[in-house]
Ligand binder design. Structure first.
Ligand code: GUN
Length: 299
């Protein structure tokens, strides 16, 4: 049976570190603050946003919540972002994605002050990440890296196959793991919906990261024995036996793949809690950098 990589346990370890840092900042008069902006009523987004608010409360981070209607114009959202950029109590800004069709995602992500970019989605921070400079890293891939490192699976020298090429997970995951840096140094392959003979490539993975958003897409014949699997998927599938009417499954067929894998993350309880934890970490780091900038003589 595979080692189950416990995202709740690893998340709790990191949250304790973040809470300690937040407390130290508060003692110096700086309470880290995160603004969470939700546009519309996507049920999955509402769940994430609720969990983010809870995590802030638990870790001593002030949360500022903005719920805008699905009909919100781009102009109104950009005006709110300007306001948050100028508010000294706000150190991190998160605009929950996806946004309604009338709003251009790139225009919104570009408008966030890079110093307050809690998601690491601003092109400047994406560029810094690619260059290996210190910056806010996108939360989900950063969380995946932490899961690997803290469960004893250093990716150095390993062939990591990422299935999925989104801006939120696949692309930044590759950028993080290919760096010449501790916790990285991997040989990375990215696959996607147009990859020819996908199973041939996924079977070469020492570490397989599934981020395609298709329920139980990765089947046992697609992996080799002894693989380490990180399942980023959170898919709702109908289940009449549940009160909610659905259950959560990942992008990996857990029951079958866990029989071949050396280690695997469950869904829920794997990557999910890590995303929010890394967001908290980015917010506290942003607050710390802002507090240093405000002192005379510091940039
Ligand atoms: N939607 C799905 N994942 C994320 C995330 O990490 N950040 C934001 N802002 N939106 C998301």
């Amino acid at each position: 049976m595979a080692q189950i990589i416990d995202g709740l346990k690893i998340s709790a370890e990191i949250r304790a570190e973040v809470a300690r840092d937040a407390k130290a900042l508060a003692k110096r008069g700086v309470v880290p603050g995160l603004a969470v902006v939700l546009v519309g009523e996507n049920p999955a987004s509402q769940v994430y946003v609720r969990k983010k608010k809870q995590a802030c409360a638990e870790l001593g981070i002030a949360s500022f919540d903005y719920d805008l209607p699905a009909s919100c114009t781009e102009k109104r959202l950009l005006a709110l972002i300007d306001e948050l950029n100028a508010n000294p109590k706000v150190h991190g800004i998160l605009v929950q994605l996806p946004l309604p069709g009338q709003i251009r995602e790139a225009a919104v992500l570009n408008a966030v002050d890079p110093a307050k970019d809690a998601d690491g989605f601003h092109p400047m921070n994406m560029g810094r990440m690619l260059n290996g400079e210190e910056t806010a890293l996108p939360c989900t891939p950063h969380g995946c890296q932490q899961l690997l490192m803290r469960s004893g699976h250093d990716p150095a020298g390993k062939h990591v196959v990422i299935v999925g090429r989104s801006n939120i997970v696949g692309k930044p995951m590759a950028a993080i793991l290919m760096q010449k840096a501790a916790g990285a140094n991997a040989t990375v392959t990215i696959c996607h919906s147009r990859t020819a003979d996908l199973p041939k490539i996924t079977r070469q993975a020492d570490i397989l990261i599934a981020a395609i958003g298709v329920p139980e897409f990765i089947k046992a014949p697609m992996v080799r024995k002894g693989v380490v699997v990180i399942d980023v998927g959170t898919n709702r599938v109908p289940d009449a036996s549940k009160k909610s009417g659905y259950r959560l499954v990942g992008d990996v067929d857990f029951a079958a793949v866990s029989r071949k894998a050396a280690a695997i993350t469950p869904v829920p309880g794997g990557v999910g809690p890590m995303t929010i934890t890394m967001l908290m970490k980015n917010t506290v780091e942003a607050a710390r950098r802002a507090s240093l900038r405000r002192k005379p003589g510091n940039k």
